[in-house]
Design a protein around this ligand. Structure first.
Ligand SMILES: Cc1cc2nc3c(=O)[nH]c(=O)nc-3n(C[C@H](O)[C@H](O)[C@H](O)COP(=O)(O)O)c2cc1C
Length: 342
């Protein structure tokens, strides 16, 4: 039987997961040795997430962290029952509202001791849970090495789930950057989107993206990071910019179709890839804009399918690279753990 204190400590660690606009749309219910993970859709961003994919991905990310934190804390095997299905539920999908009816995953500490290689690997990733962060800074210290690529790809459990980590070849990188830039440009004319983004910068003491984490645009316009600088004094107004890497390296979280389960696993795989990248000293950016609107998403999938072969559905695009000098960790806040336990 796991101690409640251990479970609460693991939940607290898990909340350092990535989430859309740092909404942290998760709640946890402790049921003996199990933890049910719920989506709290009352506050999720809607415009950026018309079909709930980012809400599901955020829950996938926190479940990945929770498994690692529990295994490292207890030394026991962890079993997860994912309760996200193959088809979306009836009802409002924006912000994942219709997914909030019941738990999306139940994570259980079993009474079987974890085997050493698995436990060691979980401990290694769990150790960097609080060190991982999303960067919107230049990564000009070099691309990941072949060995680093292999390690990051291997951290995404493509064999258990269906979502794998795939490195984008150079011609696909150019096409993905072009599509992302087009999506970002379109957003700049979307008043609802701009209002929503502005509302998530410095949102509250414990949610949203703090001003020091929003980064600056690429002076040469190659890398279309999401523009969070929508305030009157934002970078568009001040003209501030930074010089980004010329040949960005992109990792795709990809599968063969676009079911809610795969959207969840996209976030799960993304979190694990980010943790592995953190152990390797890589900076990690997220370029999700082209996946939010259906035409642009279809264009991304067509380009990825042609470049990688077969039917490829992209669930997330990560930018990986070494920073020229150590990045300062722009701490994004988290809700106190008591607020997220039901
Ligand atoms: C599903 C999902 C989509 C995201 N999309 C973007 C994005 O398009 N651009 C970006 O800069 N960050 C993106 N992020 C990163 C979040 O903004 C970030 O995880 C959150 O602010 C918490 O900060 P941290 O990752 O540094 O802990 C995304 C995260 C998730 C889980």
């Amino acid at each position: 039987m796991a101690e409640r204190d251990q479970l609460v400590a693991a939940i607290e660690n898990a909340t350092y997961a990535s989430s859309i606009h740092n909404a942290q749309p998760w709640r946890f219910e402790i049921l003996g040795d199990s933890i049910a993970v719920h989506l709290a859709a009352d506050e999720t961003p809607r415009t950026v997430d018309p079909i709930g994919r980012w809400a599901l991905a955020s829950i996938g990310a926190v479940v990945a962290n929770l498994e690692l934190a529990l295994e490292a804390a207890t030394g026991q095997e962890i079993e997860t029952e994912v309760r996200v299905g193959g088809v979306p539920p009836e009802g409002e999908l924006a912000g994942g509202v219709a997914y909030a009816e019941r738990p999306l995953a139940v994570v259980t500490v079993t009474d079987v001791a974890a085997e050493t290689p698995h436990l060691t690997s979980a401990e290694r990733l769990a150790e960097v849970i609080r060190e991982r962060f999303t960067t919107r800074e230049p990564l000009t210290g070099g691309a990941p090495s072949e060995v680093e690529w292999a390690e990051v790809e291997a951290a995404v459990p493509g064999s258990q789930g269906v979502v794998a980590g795939r490195r984008a070849p150079a011609e696909l990188v150019s096409e993905l950057l072009r599509l992302t830039a087009a999506a970002e440009l379109k957003r700049q004319d979307d008043a609802d989107y701009l209002e929503e983004v502005e509302a998530w910068v410095e949102r509250t003491e414990s949610t949203g993206i703090p001003a020091q984490a929003v980064g600056l645009p690429d002076a040469e316009g190659r890398i279309p990071t999401r523009d969070f600088n929508q305030t009157p004094m934002g970078s568009a107004a001040t003209g501030e910019a930074a010089f980004f890497e010329h040949e960005p390296s992109l990792l795709l979280l990809a599968s063969q179709s676009d079911s809610p389960l795969e959207q969840f696993l996209g976030g799960y795989g993304m979190q694990r890839a980010m943790l592995e990248a953190t152990t390797l000293g890589l900076g990690i950016g997220v370029l999700g804009q082209a996946l939010e609107e259906s035409d642009s998403r279809a264009a991304v999938n067509a380009a990825a399918s042609e470049a990688l072969g077969g039917d490829v559905v992209v669930h997330q695009i990560l930018r990986l690279g070494h920073p020229a000098s150590p990045l300062t960790h722009p701490r994004t806040p988290r809700r106190p753990v008591a607020e997220v336990i039901l």
